[in-house]
Design a protein around this ligand. Structure first.
Ligand code: ADP
Ligand code: ZN
Ligand code: ZN
Length: 745
């Protein structure tokens, strides 16, 4: 008798992540499944929990085991396979299992806040023979009622509602109701899908693949056809036709009747791709994203779980989609930041994908024009398999990139944020009735000190990283080692007094552009102007229809759009992101510039890119200007090696946060002292220092970053920390453990 179950409970108290034993009431014995949501007594309360084991011997004395209250939903939310993935995530990222479960399933459905939507349909309440008899017996004045019954006999139509049925025989609903009253017809419930509306345009197209595409598909298919796990890095320049490769692979996978997951950085930013997929695969696709109502999302999720759809398309959390018989996981733009979750559990969708695929004998395809250093490194080490699409479709040229040195502009007396070259190119492009895209790199906004005469950025004397500008009191701080200086009044290199905190906003750029080009239709697209649902798509549609001359935007405009009429891309301040206190800042800058440059030159006319910068000699900017991924990779890799950053070391970022600054600082110091006991296990300890984002929602944050030779050593130290440090020091402060941190902020 499987009388005992183990449950993880949803209790918002730190460190309650054990599994608890419960008993089943007799009527529920053998009725339960792993993954079911249950209501259980916990302390003096009733809480929600999930069954994670059945029939195991309880850890405590049988008489002390409480009975569960009830099963909340008959359908389990996960199976054993997914549970083991959740457990892996909880342990790898040092999170609680309940947090992983809540991130992975449509949690609103557990409490019955969202349910399947059902509609009432009508059918005959008796056999055909009996119905014929009833028709005969009905008085001739009830000829409408006869017509309804005859219609149902003659037509094999199912799932008709009352109104639909009435319409079919051109009568009123009243007629149908009378038949229901007489019990000749009966109701039944049918699940209805709340189909999400999609604002993207779809295009149906089938091409003859290029030889590079062909090669990529054939290679990946070797694993796919044999259900053999493998990770492929599809490195294709912008416009090389990666989407078409995805489509062919999805087709092959579907032919084998297997399921797939396709992750995109953000659904709203990829309407073209989603449109293409929907056009090709129709109802096989379930789209999962945050803009859906919770009902819509639940329906899409159930369609996958019930096997009615086989391809999940969505952002990060779609990696948990309940796809049946998973054969393929594709991650588009694998370098994007959105794949790492910042809240708990702080998982990276790529790592989860590789784990899930290896457990389910599936294939992973990582696509990007600018793969992460880590992925490229693994590909070069033969852990991943590298496939390249080195040419644009129709061998279109990559657009020429002109780097403008803003220090020179200043010398010549141009104090505006636009170089003379950019201004004149905008004029020429508008005169040809073509479109301009102006991109503002807003990462690192106003956070570092830049000399506008010589381009010097104030850096730490002890680290290879720029100092971060703090107001109140005015000072520059190194966020890795704590070094501080007063803000300088003149440049230490050239003595110019034009040394200032650096940063710009899209609004200011828009104002200046409107003043300079009063005739042009200027539209700004950033987080502020796209808060409303669909507003983003409206701007893109207007751009496609030619209703915009100059589009000004942030990161958001750099992604995957394909607009043939954009013939000029201007990058306003290419180097802002270079100076972020993060070892990935060069990489991010290179990625952004490459992506944004890829927005032009796609039509039959040549596009042009102008990059304004104060650091024209920086290798990230040079390599992006030359469309040279490999030289960027080599240079960046050698820096990572010199400084022992990933992929050469494994990191953990420990952030202590709390409302009282002195307490946060004290615990951070204690933590450092504690960690010193394990100095044989780590390579380097950076900190404790205030985090670059030193205060978030009134919480002060201090951090310690540790570098390790490998994951096992890291795991050992974190476990010691959890066993011996956390229980003692858990007062008023919170410790966040971020394994393989993605942003060091
Ligand atoms: P990427 O994602 O690599 O930047 P896309 O997938 O957007 O590139 O492809 C660029 C363009 O080329 C798209 O308009 C796509 O429809 C088209 N395309 C893709 N493959 C082919 C092909 N084999 N022949 C012709 N056109 C293609
Ligand atoms: Zn200077
Ligand atoms: Zn420093």
């Amino acid at each position: 008798m499987n009388k005992y179950i183990k449950v993880v409970v949803d209790v918002p108290v730190a460190r309650v992540d054990k599994m608890f034993d419960y008993q089943l009431p007799t009527d529920l014995v053998n009725q339960t499944k792993v993954g079911q949501a249950v209501k259980v007594p916990f302390g003096r309360r009733q809480v929600t929990g999930f069954i994670v084991a059945i029939g195991e011997t309880p850890a405590i004395e049988a008489s002390k085991i409480k009975k569960i209250k009830n099963i909340m939903q008959a359908e389990p939310f996960f199976d054993k396979k997914m549970l083991s993935l959740y457990k892996w995530i909880a342990s790898f990222y040092h999170s609680y299992l309940i947090q992983v479960i809540k991130a992975a399933i449509p949690y609103g459905a557990v409490r019955g806040k969202v349910n399947k939507k059902t509609i009432q349909c009508i059918t005959l309440a008796q056999s055909e023979e009996a119905t014929k008899q009833i028709i005969k017996e009905l008085s001739n004045r009830a000829y409408k009622q006869q017509a309804v019954l005859k219609y149902l006999l003659a037509n094999n139509e199912t799932d008709l509602t009352i109104t639909e049925l009435a319409k079919r025989v051109e009568t009123t609903s009243g007629t149908v109701y009378r038949l229901i009253e007489k019990k000749y017809l009966k109701y039944y419930n049918k699940d209805e899908r709340r189909k999400p509306s999609f604002h993207g345009k779809s295009a149906k197209n089938s091409f003859k693949l290029t030889k590079f595409q062909e090669n990529a598909v054939a290679n990946i298919n070797q694993n796919l056809a044999n259900n053999k796990f493998g990770v492929f890095l599809l490195h294709g320049v912008t416009g090389s036709g990666k989407t078409e490769v995805y489509i062919r692979l999805l087709e092959k996978n579907l032919q084998k009747k297997q399921g797939a997951i396709l992750l995109v950085p953000e659904i709203a930013l990829t309407p073209v791709m989603v449109g293409k997929l929907l056009a090709r695969f129709n109802d096989e696709i379930a789209v999962l994203h945050s803009n859906l109502s919770s009902g819509e999302r639940y329906d899409e999720w159930c369609r996958l779980k019930d096997g009615k759809a086989s391809i999940a398309v969505g952002a990060r959390s779609a990696i948990f989609a309940p796809v049946k018989d998973l054969g393929l996981i594709i991650i588009d733009e694998e370098h994007e930041n959105t794949y790492k979750q910042t809240e708990y559990p702080p998982y990276h969708a790529r790592q989860v994908a590789v784990k899930r695929a290896s457990e389910e004998d599936a294939v992973v395809v990582l696509g990007s024009a600018t793969p992460t250093i880590e992925s490229s490194y693994l590909a070069r080490k033969d852990k991943f398999k590298l496939l390249e699409l080195p040419e644009r479709i129709y061998q279109a040229e990559m657009p020429p990139v002109l780097v403008v040195d803003m220090r020179e502009e200043l010398k010549e007396g141009n104090f505006s944020i636009f170089s003379n070259k950019l201004k004149s190119e905008i004029e020429k492009t508008l005169a040809r009735n073509k479109q301009v895209l102006l991109f503002l790199n807003r990462r690192g906004f106003a956070s570092f000190y830049l000399c506008r005469s010589c381009g010097h950025v104030i850096e730490c004397n002890h680290c290879d990283i720029s100092l971060t500008y703090h107001t109140n009191p005015d000072r520059l701080v190194c966020h890795y080692c704590g070094y501080q200086v007063n803000t300088p009044h003149k440049c230490p290199v050239c003595a110019s007094k034009y040394i200032k905190p650096f940063g710009l906003g899209t609004q200011r750029i828009t104002d200046e552009i409107e003043a300079s080009f009063p005739e042009a239709n200027v539209v700004r697209m950033d987080a502020d102007t796209t808060t409303r649902k669909g507003s983003h798509q409206k701007i893109l549609n207007r751009l496609a229809d030619g209703g915009i001359d100059i589009l000004i935007g942030t990161q958001m405009v750099a992604k995957g759009h394909d607009f043939p009429a954009i013939e000029l891309v201007g990058v306003i301040a290419a180097d802002t992101s270079l100076s972020l206190p993060d070892f990935r800042s060069s990489e991010r800058t290179f990625q952004l510039l490459t992506q944004v440059a890829g927005r032009t030159g796609r039509g039959d006319k040549q596009g042009k890119v102008i990059v304004q910068t104060y650091q024209p000699d920086h290798f990230s900017i040079q390599a992006a200007a030359e469309h040279d991924y490999n030289s960027f990779y080599e240079k960046e890799l050698s820096i990572r090696k010199d400084l022992n950053y990933p992929p050469f070391s494994r990191l953990v970022n420990l952030t202590v946060q709390g409302l009282a600054e002195n307490q946060v600082e004290k615990v951070a110091d204690q933590l450092a002292v504690f960690l010193h006991n394990y100095k044989n296990h780590y390579q380097e300890l950076l900190g404790p220092v205030p985090a670059p984002l030193a205060k978030v929602r009134n919480k002060f944050r201090w951090q310690i970053v540790l570098k390790f030779e490998n994951g096992a050593k890291r795991e050992y130290v974190i476990q010691k920390l959890e066993e011996n440090f956390l229980p003692v020091s858990y007062q008023q402060v919170e410790l966040r453990i971020d394994v393989d941190p993605w942003q060091m902020l």
